[in-house]
Design a protein around this ligand. Sequence first.
Ligand SMILES: Cc1cc2nc3c(=O)[nH]c(=O)nc-3n(C[C@H](O)[C@H](O)[C@H](O)COP(=O)(O)OP(=O)(O)OC[C@H]3O[C@@H](n4cnc5c(N)ncnc54)[C@H](O)[C@@H]3O)c2cc1C
Length: 358
Amino acid sequence: MDAKIAIIGAGWYGCHLGLMLDAMGCDVSVFEKNSDILGEASGNNQFRLHLGFHYARHSRTRIQSRDGYARFTERYPTLSKPIENNLYVVPKFDSLVDFDTYRLIMFSSGIHFQELRPNEWPKYLKDVDGVLKVDEHVLLTKKARQHFKEKLAGKIRLNTKVEFTEQQGDKAIVNGEEFDFVIDATWGHLADIDYDCFYEPTLLLYYRYKGEGDYPAITMVDGPLCSIYPTENEGIYTLSSVKHTPLGQFETSKEAKQRLRDFTEAELNIKIAEIEAHVKNFVPDFCEHFEYHSPQFNIKTKLLGEHDDRSCYVKTDDRMISVFSGKIDTIFFAAQKVCDYLERYTHGEVTSEKIKSK
Ligand SMILES: Cc1cc2nc3c(=O)[nH]c(=O)nc-3n(C[C@H](O)[C@H](O)[C@H](O)COP(=O)(O)OP(=O)(O)OC[C@H]3O[C@@H](n4cnc5c(N)ncnc54)[C@H](O)[C@@H]3O)c2cc1C
């Protein structure tokens, strides 16, 4: 395929799509407003290579993650690493599902785990209903940055904000330049997107582990609970609380960004206290093992609804393609959809009329 394609956004989605399309013979340009790649959500998250355990309430997300994990570890074997002791814990209280139901959902979804017997449950956990030991990895963002910069050398345009895109005849225009197709991979930050979604500014906290060796990764499920997860940096963990991590819900990206700009030191101190109090409900001696390091701010673009849908969607409108990110390992789902669409389009199997009426 010899199409000239603009990809807007050099996060995990834009970079992975860029590599795929380049390998298919397309002339690819990746536009990135920042001075480096993977600088927004893709470089500021919990760095979990999901396997599906987070999504007991959403089958599509679970299955995309399960399959994405397998493809990710095969395609990018050096960009994530295993965690020796990675535990998903269903507490007796506060979980939206009980342990038996949780285990059954994961088992019937074909996601591999090891169930710990009560005498194997870590002593520092309080009020446990059940524990699964899982194979989820941690993402290695620094290596990923290096990998994509090498493989996409000359194709990424840093410090290049896209102001608008439009279709003119059989071309798509980006910053005045003509392309055959444009892919919006900005997670909804370029323009209003055609999804029922909202923007959620987030606060995660980094902590330094005070002990020797590694502390286990602990994820309390399912619902508004907490997790402690390692990062690629030795001894540094993220602490997340589904209850306290969100800093509001906004209709536009602009409002969500403003919320982060307005966030004060005093609010941060309150949040730290709330998040620590939350995790201590499950890991009472958390503060004896960890010391606060720094905050991490970002914005999640989420679909509206109670369904906990974090799967990936791709929409098309003639020469414009928009990718709505799921989790990082669901890049393969996006790539498959984009590839399928471009092939059908260039073989004349879809017409503009058909596409627009979708
Ligand atoms: C707090 C938090 C925790 C999370 N935890 C996990 C996790 O543990 N595991 C997981 O798999 N996922 C996690 N996610 C989700 C994950 O981070 C996202 O799904 C993923 O990073 C989105 O990738 P992306 O490439 O679509 O978007 P992004 O990484 O946001 O990339 C979009 C890029 O577009 C650029 N851009 C925007 N507008 C323009 C413009 N006008 N012109 C040019 N460039 C532009 C941005 O600068 C950015 O680089 C988490 C997200 C958050 C916020």
